[in-house]
Each structure stands twice: as structure tokens, then as C-alpha cells.
Write a protein that binds this ligand. Structure first.
Ligand code: PMP
Length: 461
């Protein structure tokens, strides 16, 4: 395993992901689905950072919209002014939920959207006269962002532990919906869902139901569990438990939302509507930093009648340039039928990945939905035993992808928490075609086989 040799002078190494074990390629140009390095390599961007650049790089329509916005107004202070750019984006988002979610609070990132959500949920209960509702229930091994509040709801130990105690410490975690590891042999979907619902119910009882403010789940567990879609009926049942106890049902769709799983909002496939929802990555497709908190009627009504404004102003909230870029990205997604393409190409990607690597002795599971897919890699396919963390399997595959096979993959899982297997996550752009999928599958397979050996032989490691 190569040692970490980062020497990128003034860039702090903490900016570079902990799993990166090689000198990071220097990207000097990005075009379509390719990242061009200073040494002349064109890397296929199959993970788009962390599921961000969903329409590819350097899109002329977005550049034009941003340039027009720069000519019109590049910045003004959202708490004091509104802009057509913010209004158009907010209306688009509200309409996209058929009006279930009624107000849109535009932030600068996914973490900030989660922070805003936590504060808004608390304020909702203060205004309702139930100020004792302060707690949140989230899920183990989840990730909701890296600021203190968002980290507090995150259940991903490796990301939390070093910073504990977190400031509020008011979140507890229940099991995620993670059939590959947690569903018992022979257990039906209904029985599995019931078991998880009972666990949530028990957690409410343990905390005292009247102390719980909200339940925060990802609709599809994206990066830290590796593209795990909820089993049918799971989210609806969780919402039922949550509503029975009067807590808010909050969905974090920073990863899963804005088309990635084959519908604009991933909850559309689950038969649930959240009270509060966050989106980010696919919203702005990387052209500007942006996230949003979308607020349901129940919360809007109480806050509108409330005694205090929502005290969450930040200098760059509702940034006009970010709003204009995101609005154009969303128009492109609509005009080019890209959500539908996510669904169709996602099925093809899943088929091709399974055909090429499904029989590999170290591939525990290949799973996904839409254009979010992941490999869970294990030492032993039968027992599902993960590789030891210090073997750094996913980072080594990631490095091989970058250095030898010209593909950018996203490593995760065992590499950071040692609980599940190593993960390789794929999140290609929504406008990928079949030929590009074939290329992604071929390069990904080569990177995996380079490290673990070919599908027909035992693993090298
Ligand atoms: N929630 C989820 C589900 C995420 O995947 C992420 C980012 N990986 C975040 C929140 C935080 O978003 P950001 O990195 O934009 O702050």
C-alpha cells in the first residue's frame, strides 16, 4: 500500500479526503464527463466528486445563465432583499413537490441545509408551545454533514468521535435499513420493516416521546452505507411511528435528491412526504455551492403565526449566482429528460456491473437505484467478513482508478469505520449514455481486479 505522500504545499492535507493515499491529480480543465489533469490525462468522472456534477462539466447553458446573472446582480443580502433568481428557484422546487413543501430556504451547502433544518424543527416546537421537544433520532452509520449540528445527527462514528462531545449531544441513533448486513436469514420484508419500526418505537419510549423533535433519515443511504435504497414500505412505516408521537419526519436528500435515484425527489418512490427536506449536490450540479431546506405546510403554518422570525441568516444564503446556476441546471434536467435517463441508464448500469463483477469472490453486494450504485467489497463473500481497515482496499482501488485506468471512483465504508465492507460508489452524470456506461464498467472492473484479482480467481489480498 503506498504511503500518504501529499505535498500540495499550501493546501492543507485535511482538505484532501482521509482515504486518498496518492498525490492528488491537479485538475486544470473539466469538460463534459472528463477531468483533465496537468499531466495531460483525461479521467472519466464516474463519481462526480460525491454525486455532484450531475449534468457534466462546462455546460454552455449554465455558463450563459451565470454570465447573465453576473451582469444583472451578482450578490445581495437575502435577509433584506429578494431576487428573481431566488424566487424562480424556490418556485421551481415548491412546484416539484406539488406544493407539499411550500417554502424554500436556500443555503450554501448540504451541511448548512441540515443545520437550518435542525434549528427550524426546534423553533417549530417552541412556537407550538412544546419546548421540551429537543431530541432527534437518526440512524447509525449515517452522514448528514460536517458542521457540529449536522455531525450530531450523523451516526458515522469515524467522522464524529474525534470531535466529541458534540455541542448538543441531543441525537440518538437507531439501525439503518441495511438488508445486506442486518436482515436476518429467511426474514420477510414485512417482518424486517416491523423489526426496524419496533426499534424506532422503543427509542421513542426510552427517550420519552414528548422530548423528540424530529427523526432524520436519508431516503437512500448514499455515501457512508453505499447506495442502500430503503426496502418497500420502510419509510412509510417509520413516518407512521414518528407521526404517532408528534415528531417531525425529516428526509435528507442531499445525496439522493434532485433526480439521482430516478425521480426528482427520492421520496416519490416511497409513498411518503417529509415535513422538512434537504437537497444539495444535484441541485446546483457543482456550478456553485448551494443547498436548500424545503419546508412543509405544517411547519410553515406554525412559523408564520409564530412570535419570532427564523433566526438563521447567513451572509451567502440565497446567493443570486448560485440560484441562477441551479435554476438553469434544473431546466436542463427537465428539457433533456435526464431524470428518466437516470432511471433507464441506471438499470443498464446495474445489469452491466452485475454481469461483469457479480461473481467476483470479494464482491459482497452490488446495489443501487437510478444512477447511484455501490460495491460492498468483503474478504469473504460467504461470511461477509470485511477486509481489515488497514488493508485500505477501497482507497487502493480508488488510487488504481486514478493512476492506471483513468477513472474517478468514490471510496468509502470499511476504510473509515471498519464496520461494513469497503465501498466503491459510482454516481455518474445523469446524461450518461450506454457507451459511456460500458466504459465506466470496464474501467471500474479493471481497477477492482487490479487490486483484488480477476473474477475467476481467489482474491489476491
Ligand atoms: N447529507 C448527505 C446525505 C450527504 O451525502 C452530504 C454530503 N456528502 C451532506 C449532507 C453534507 O453536504 P455538504 O457536503 O454539501 O455540506
Amino acid at each position: 500500500m503506498p504511503s500518504r505522500t501529499i505535498s500540495t504545499e499550501a493546501v492543507p492535507s485535511s482538505v484532501l479526503h482521509a482515504s486518498l493515499s496518492i498525490e492528488p491529480p491537479k485538475i486544470v480543465r473539466a469538460e463534459g464527463h472528463y477531468l483533465h489533469t496537468s499531466t495531460g490525462t483525461a479521467i472519466y468522472d464516474a463519481s462526480n466528486g460525491a454525486a455532484v456534477s450531475c449534468i457534466g462539466h462546462n455546460h454552455p447553458r449554465v455558463k450563459r445563465a451565470m454570465s447573465q446573472q453576473l451582469d444583472a446582480v451578482e450578490y445581495c443580502f437575502a435577509p433584506h432583499f429578494t431576487t428573481p433568481a431566488y424566487e424562480k428557484l424556490a418556485k421551481f422546487l415548491v412546484d416539484s413537490t406539488n406544493g407539499h413543501l411550500q417554502k424554500v430556504f436556500v443555503t450554501g451547502s448540504g451541511s448548512e441545509a441540515v443545520e437550518a433544518t435542525i434549528k427550524m424543527a426546534r423553533q417549530y416546537y417552541v412556537e407550538k408551545g412544546e419546548p421540551e421537544r429537543k431530541r432527534f433520532i437518526a440512524r447509525d452509520r449515517s452522514y448528514h454533514g460536517n458542521t457540529f449540528g449536522a455531525l450530531d445527527v450523523s451516526g458515522h462514528k469515524a467522522r464524529r468521535t474525534i470531535y466529541e462531545p458534540l455541542l448538543s449531544g441531543s441525537t440518538s441513533h437507531v439501525s439503518p435499513c441495511y438488508p445486506y448486513r442486518d436482515r436476518r436469514t429467511g426474514e420477510s420484508t414485512a417482518a424486517y420493516v416491523e423489526r426496524l419500526a419496533q426499534e424506532l418505537e422503543d427509542e421513542f419510549q426510552r427517550l420519552g416521546p414528548q422530548t423528540v423533535c424530529g427523526v432524520v433519515f436519508e431516503t437512500m443511504a448514499g455515501l457512508t452505507l453505499g447506495a442502500v435504497a430503503s426496502v418497500p414500505g420502510y419509510l412509510a412505516r417509520m413516518k407512521e411511528v414518528c407521526e404517532r408521537h408528534g415528531a417531525l419526519f425529516i428526509l435528507d436528500e442531499v445525496f439522493a435528491g434532485m433526480g439521482r435515484t430516478g425521480t426528482l425527489h427520492a421520496w416519490e418512490q416511497e409513498g411518503v412526504v417529509p415535513d422538512l427536506q434537504t437537497v444539495a449536490k444535484g441541485l446546483g450540479a457543482g456550478y456553485m455551492p448551494i443547498g436548500a431546506l424545503m419546508v412543509g405546510k405544517k411547519v410553515v403554518d406554525v412559523l408564520d403565526r409564530g412570535s419570532k422570525a427564523f433566526m438563521h441568516f447567513q451572509t451567502y444564503h440565497g446567493h443570486p449566482l448560485a440560484c441562477a446556476a441551479a435554476y438553469e441546471v434544473q431546466q436542463i434536467i427537465r428539457d433533456e429528460g435526464l431524470v428518466e435517463n437516470c432511471r433507464r441508464m441506471g438499470e443498464y448500469l446495474g445489469e452491466r456491473l452485475r454481469a461483469r463483477l457479480g461473481a467476483h469472490p470479494n464482491v459482497g453486494e452490488i446495489r443501487g437505484r437510478g444512477l447511484a450504485w455501490a460495491f460492498e467489497l468483503v474478504k469473504d463473500r460467504k461470511t461477509k467478513e470485511p477486509f481489515p481497515v488497514n488493508q485500505k482496499v477501497a482507497p487502493t482501488i480508488h488510487a488504481a482508478g486514478l493512476q492506471k485506468f483513468e477513472i474517478a471512483l468514490l471510496p468509502g465504508g470499511g476504510v473509515v469505520d471498519g464496520v461494513n465492507g469497503d465501498l466503491i460508489v459510482l454516481a455518474p452524470a445523469y446524461n450518461i449514455n450506454r457507451e459511456e456506461i460500458d466504459l465506466v464498467v470496464q474501467r471500474t472492473a479493471k481497477a477492482i481486479e487490479y487490486v483484488l484479482g480477476p473474477a475467476t480467481q481467489n482474491a489476491k489480498l
